[in-house]
Ligand binder design. Structure first.
Ligand code: AVJ
Length: 361
């Protein structure tokens, strides 16, 4: 992992001295040049310099027998705006319910975590949930980790305004692998925060790998507060991913716009439709883009064809029953210690601890 230094954050809006001094960013994130011009692991890239990882994933994904493109490529600027709009839809209960659980039980959570810990958020939330947690647990430092430096600094700057006394140490990196936390964040106990049921995007095997990486990053004795969406009837789940206003359809189709824009694609976007289905065997919502006629197109000069009715699989959103969620956490080396849900049991917030498990008989 790279060395760390306190560096000035240039791309923040309305910066004031106090805010700037409290936000650390990685050395190598070029304090002198624009942070957003720096090299990225992936994420949004300026026109004319497509991300090699995006290109590789799209070309490989369109070449496979079952066409699939990883869901993380949804989140360019437009995709992130559309996701924000999704979180405000009446059908998309996840965000609203998770926030209400957090608001209702913040004091219980704080009683179990204690104050003064280092809160480490996986995927720097630009959401309203983070302030709820930070207010309740009074951490000694906040470390948001995100693969996109731009969103990371935007949300860090917004939080710095709301919590002027809180040291904030953003980490630009891929939390699928163990990371070294900035030493400046201090040695206080760690509380990981992974809201939004983002873990649902992963298969069980990948989710276990991620949970283990988080335990490595945070260390033994740490806690993790994770939001996981529950299994529920398809007539509630499907509208959450296929809303009446068509925002989720637009979110899904934006991936094709992004390919056309960033990878010199010629996809006929009007010939694709958004599909959301419940795969009961896998306990997941799947999103696809289905060709409504035979289509042919190129991406970065490579030719592709799809027959009418074929799909590009763009997202999985796995759902977990009560015991499923706890089993997943244990498989990922986390011991569940407490759990909160809403009146209707739509969504669960689980607190778990990384602790050695006694030898099995
Ligand atoms: C951000 C992965 C939690 O799966 O519910 C929302 C993404 N996709 N609507 C989810 C999403 C379509 C969302 N996560």
């Amino acid at each position: 992992m790279a060395a760390w230094s306190e560096a000035r954050v240039r791309s923040m809006r309305g910066t004031d001295g106090a805010t700037e001094a409290r936000i650390a960013c990685p050395a190598g994130a070029a304090a002198d040049s624009e942070w957003t011009d720096g090299e990225r692991l992936d994420g949004e890239c300026p026109v004319g310099s497509p991300s090699p990882a995006f290109r590789a994933d799209v070309l490989a994904g369109l070449s496979a027998r079952l066409r699939a493109i990883p869901a993380r490529w949804f989140y360019d600027r437009r995709g992130s705006e559309l996701f924000e709009a999704i979180t405000r839809l009446p059908e998309y209960y996840l965000t609203r319910v998770e926030r209400s659980i957090l608001a209702a039980h913040a004091a219980d959570i704080a009683a179990l975590t204690g104050s003064g810990c280092v809160v480490v958020e996986f995927g720097s939330g630009s959401s309203a949930k983070t302030p709820l947690l930070l207010s309740a647990v009074a951490p000694s430092a906040y470390v948001p980790i995100d693969i996109s430096g731009e969103f990371l600094l935007d949300s860090a700057a917004a939080l710095a305004k709301q919590f002027p006394e809180l040291p904030i140490h953003p980490v630009e990196g891929d939390f699928l692998h163990p990371l070294e936390l900035p030493p400046s964040a201090g040695n206080a106990r760690r509380l990981g925060f992974f809201p939004g049921s983002t873990i649902g995007n992963m298969t069980a095997a990948a989710a276990v790998g991620l949970l283990r990486a988080m335990a490595d990053t945070l260390g033994q004795g740490s806690k993790l507060l994770i939001g996981i969406d529950r299994i529920k009837p398809a007539n509630v789940l499907i509208p959450a991913y296929d809303d009446a206003q068509g925002v989720t359809a637009e979110f899904n189709l934006n991936l094709l716009h992004r390919i056309n824009r960033e990878l010199d694609g010629t996809l006929p976007i009007g010939a694709f439709r958004h599909v959301a289905l419940w795969n009961d065997t896998e306990a997941r919502i799947e999103m696809h883009l289905e060709a409504t006629r035979d289509v042919s197109f190129t991406v970065d000069g490579h030719p592709f064809g799809m027959s009418k009715g074929k799909t590009i699989h763009t997202e999985n959103s796995h759902k977990y029953g009560e015991r499923d969620a706890r089993l997943l956490l244990r498989a990922g080396t986390w011991t569940p210690v407490a759990e909160w849900t809403d009146r209707d049991g739509l969504f669960a917030l689980i607190l778990a601890e990384a602790r050695p498990v006694p030898a099995a008989p």
